[in-house]
Design a protein around this ligand. Structure first.
Ligand SMILES: C[S@@+](CC[C@H](N)C(=O)[O-])C[C@H]1O[C@@H](n2cnc3c(N)ncnc32)[C@H](O)[C@@H]1O
Length: 374
């Protein structure tokens, strides 16, 4: 009998004849690991926590899995081609000689062209082992030839203006899968340019960068206000490692803390003077999902001190005004080039007291990812 879950494209690998007996290492989903055991590689904190809650063995990065430790690996195609091919590089390394590399994705995410590219890199013909629900699974065998190739994500350059009109040129490292991996996002740039002008007369002492990506917004704040402490949080493990690497390289570590934190978890701290937000609006495939953005907005009640501000940049057409107006006084500071820059002054109403801290959220650069065994 076909269950509803089996109809989902990501469950295609559970079709008869696709998986071999035995454990599997699965990137970006956990359905095959639930079926047969093994290790889930999951950089998204909400999914990582849910795999952990189901007592699956889960790690946040492929680099945490030992070389040649699996006979089969399953990689799910993501929206980011660079992130997908980095997973394939790790998947290949993890695979034992003769083992099977399964690669799956939907037509809408471009599985056909991704498979073609992988087949060229491996110099092998893919075997299509499942093809339905507008998705497919292909199989390759680990042979002694070359493996998949990771894409370069070069750093981008940006210039930040201080309150005194000084200019600071920064080079920001990016990583596969991290937002603005190719260039600085126009919205982030608009917020950075406005930062010194709009953040208020008094320099903020404590700034939080919510959904930090490469860390660019918080790094700009750290550059403009040399005495400010900055907290960076993001739900994507690749983003927190990228931010940590940028702040270490720029010598900002003593004033900066980076945490892997999902917007639906309680705020990790309170009483910040300024929050910087370029909200996510299309995570997990191509579908627009406002959930993470709305959760980030709701958390502002907890992060910010009453009367203090958040600067939010968003695509002009996104309907963020109503949920933000529930949190405080909202003002449109700028609207140009497809973006709007909003200022939100948190109202004096008490916070929702969702709890002071989340025991699971961890500080980056200070501890390693927990790995639980089944
Ligand atoms: C539009 S990007 C902005 C990145 C960075 N602030 C910038 O301006 O370049 C949104 C960020 O939110 C993060 N994000 C998405 N969903 C999240 C969630 N549920 N919890 C926390 N962060 C999330 C993404 O990983 C991404 O880095």
């Amino acid at each position: 009998m076909t269950t509803q879950r089996d109809r989902r494209p990501e469950a295609l690998a559970l079709d008869p004849g696709v998986l071999r007996d035995g454990e599997i290492c699965e990137f970006q989903s956990d359905l095959a690991v639930i079926a047969q055991g093994g290790i889930v590689v999951q950089p998204w904190r909400d999914r990582y926590l849910s795999a952990e809650a189901s007592e699956l063995k889960v790690v946040a990065a492929g680099s945490e899995v030992e070389d040649e430790s699996f006979e089969q690996v399953l990689v799910h195609l993501q929206k980011s081609r660079a992130a997908t091919f980095l997973d394939l590089v790790h998947g290949w390394r993890i695979l034992q000689p003769g083992g099977q590399l399964l690669f799956t994705g939907t037509n809408s995410l471009g599985v056909v062209s991704a498979v073609k590219r992988l087949a060229e890199q491996l110099d092998q013909k893919p075997i299509v082992v499942a093809n339905r629900a507008k998705a497919r699974v292909v199989r390759f065998k680990k042979q002694s030839g070359t493996g998949p190739t990771a894409e370069d994500t070069p750093p981008f350059e940006t210039s930040i203006e201080s309150i005194h009109g000084e200019h600071f040129d920064l080079s920001i490292e990016t990583r596969p899968g991290v937002f603005s991996a190719k260039r600085l996002d126009a919205g982030s740039q608009a917020l950075i340019q406005a930062l010194a002008r709009y953040a208020g007369h008094k320099p903020p002492k404590r700034v939080v960068d919510l959904g930090c990506g490469t860390g660019i917004l918080g790094i700009a704040a750290a550059t403009i206000w040399p005495d400010a402490e900055i907290r960076f949080v993001d739900g994507d493990h690749r983003a927190v490692t990228c931010t940590q690497s940028n702040i270490d390289r720029l010598g900002l570590s003593p004033r900066c803390t980076v945490n892997w934190w999902d917007a639906r978890e309680p705020a990790l701290d309170t009483r910040f003077d300024l929050a910087l937000v370029n909200p996510p609006f299309h995570q997990r495939g191509m579908a627009v999902d406002f959930g993470p953005a709305l959760a980030l907005f709701a958390s502002l009640r907890d992060w910010l001190r009453p009367g203090r501000r958040a600067l939010i940049v968003a695509n002009r057409n996104l309907p963020y005004e109503a949920p933000l107006a529930e949190i405080g006084e909202l003002e449109t500071l700028q609207s140009a080039g497809g973006y709007k820059l909003l200022s939100l002054k948190r109202s004096a109403r008490s916070s929702r007291s969702r709890g002071r801290s989340s025991p699971g959220a961890r500080s980056w650069g200070k501890s390693k990812a927990p790995t639980r065994s089944r």
